[in-house]
Design a protein around this ligand. Structure first.
Ligand code: DAT
Length: 175
């Protein structure tokens, strides 16, 4: 049975780093009033880590702590969650999952611009080529709630916003 969420639907925006999750998530939050939750930023603020990854030179997310931290807010509903992974969240949290996709050349430029080099840059490009996050989403959630969205151009961004806002309106009229 579906949970009752007084705050509105919970939306997951996932995809390889650099595909435009935070750009879309923040704009969507501004236009809809739903709360934007950046899991990477939350982990940094609350220090939800367990150890350090020497290869990628970054702290390792403590997934259980992230879940505990967000549980009440997610049960209430009305959240737009942004993270470059999706399989560790409870499946019941989300009403819909969007996987952003970006062409290699554009993604390479965005990540280089962000200062990524070497293995970190290559691995993220490979992650997108092998559609790792899309597979992860399809393996973790019902197929009918997982949607792939192109995220290459400003026109794509506007299209995605229109589509998601229409979906939210429909959700609200039926819940
Ligand atoms: P993410 O949160 O997935 O890491 P981001 O939102 O920070 O990605 O976007 C990475 C860069 O790409 C940033 O400079 C904004 C730009 N960008 C995002 N969406 C875009 C789009 N649809 N068209 C063109 N550029 C976009």
């Amino acid at each position: 049975m579906e949970n009752i969420k007084p705050g509105g639907p919970n939306i997951l925006i996932t995809g390889t780093p650099g595909t435009g999750k935070s750009t879309l998530g923040l704009e969507l939050s501004q236009r809809t009033g739903l709360k934007y939750v950046n899991v990477g930023e939350l982990a940094k603020q609350e220090q939800l880590y367990e150890g350090y990854d020497e290869v990628y030179q970054c702290p390792i997310l403590n997934e259980d702590q992230v879940i505990d931290e967000l549980e009440d807010q997610m049960s209430n509903g009305g959240n737009i969650v942004d993270y470059h992974g999706c399989e560790f969240f409870p499946e019941r949290w989300y009403d819909i999952v969007f996987v952003l996709r970006t062409d290699n050349a554009a993604l390479y430029e965005r990540l280089e611009h962000r200062g990524y080099t070497g293995k970190k840059l290559d691995d993220n490009i490979q992650c997108e080529i092998f559609q790792t996050i899309l597979e992860e989403a399809r393996n973790s959630y019902k197929h009918e709630i997982v949607h792939e969205l192109p995220s290459n151009t400003p026109e794509d961004l506007e299209d995605n916003l229109d589509k998601i806002i229409a979906w939210i309106e429909h959700w609200k009229s039926t819940h």
